[in-house]
Design a binder for this molecule. Structure first.
Ligand code: MG
Length: 276
């Protein structure tokens, strides 16, 4: 999904009646819903009082890049005679899909996946020393300081004066709560939701529990698979924030916004201030 990092890309429904778009190379670089328009100059603006559900990992702070570093170290350490690094990565993706089904998201689950992958590809080589080395790769992730993405704190501070902000993340509860606490951002959110999975049922559940109107509720995040598509399916509006290091298991084609719902794409968190 290559795109110009400096380019402001906003998509919304054709029914807003904007002038015809110049799709350029971006249109051919990735599949986009057919009823979306790209705006360069005309930013839609939404009135105060919206409810903004905001993703955490790779939306507020860096996350997946640390896992990518651990995976690179793991593949290099494994140094497989038969499988290329790309083949080892594919095998790890497969193991991760299986582990997530049984143990959910988060660091303990990822650690389990690395150990299982090593054992699957190199069963005769597994021993206590190798186990400890692999645990070291994931320990480095746990010890990582929180690195906020650009302008996140200032933008949240401003948005929280006009809208209700709810943190909407998935994964290991203790791990995600600890990251929020260390981020210094907790005070901007009126509620925190840490779901096991972010699927349409999870979004409908949040709408119901907080008695939110879907038409003034938005999911904002970097994952088409967990943030955008299931939120649209549950009747919410959505803002897609592209992040170049989004985890491969979160990749998906953006769905089309159903009639009456909005899908906006922005290239930076700070630009949320321009529309909300
Ligand atoms: Mg995310």
């Amino acid at each position: 999904m290559a795109r110009d990092a400096d380019e402001t890309v906003v998509q919304t429904q054709r029914s807003l009646g904007a002038p015809g778009p110049d799709f350029g190379t971006w249109e051919t670089a990735c599949a986009v819903p057919s009823n979306l328009i790209r705006y360069d100059r005309f930013m839609p603006q939404f009135s105060p009082g919206q409810t903004l559900l905001i993703d955490a990992d790779d939306t507020l702070w860096e996350n997946n890049v640390y896992f990518e570093r651990a995976i690179a170290a793991f593949i290099s350490y494994l140094d497989h005679r038969e499988y290329s690094p790309a083949e080892v990565r594919l095998a790890l993706n497969e193991v991760e899909r299986e582990t997530i089904l049984s143990h959910g998201y988060g660091l303990p689950s990822f650690t389990r996946s690395l150990l299982a992958c090593f054992e699957r590809l190199n069963p005769a080589m597994m021993n206590e020393e190798k186990t400890q080395r692999i645990l070291g790769f994931t320990r480095a992730i746990a010890e990582q300081e929180i690195e906020l993405l650009p302008d996140v704190a200032d933008t949240l501070a401003e948005l929280s004066t006009r809208h209700r902000l709810i943190l909407m993340t998935k994964g290991n509860h203790a791990e995600q709560a600890d990251k929020l606490s260390r981020s210094g951002l907790a005070s901007y959110f009126s509620e925190v939701e840490i779901a096991a999975e972010k699927d349409p049922a999870a979004y409908r559940d949040v709408l119901r529990r907080y008695q939110l109107a879907a038409e003034t509720s938005w999911m904002i995040g970097n994952s088409p698979k967990s943030d955008i598509n299931p939120a649209l399916a549950a009747g919410l509006n959505a803002v897609f924030l592209f992040h170049k290091d989004t985890w491969i298991l979160e990749h998906a084609t953006l769905d089309t916004a159903p009639e009456g719902q909005q899908l906006v794409e922005l290239d930076s968190f700070a630009k949320l201030r321009a529309i909300f």
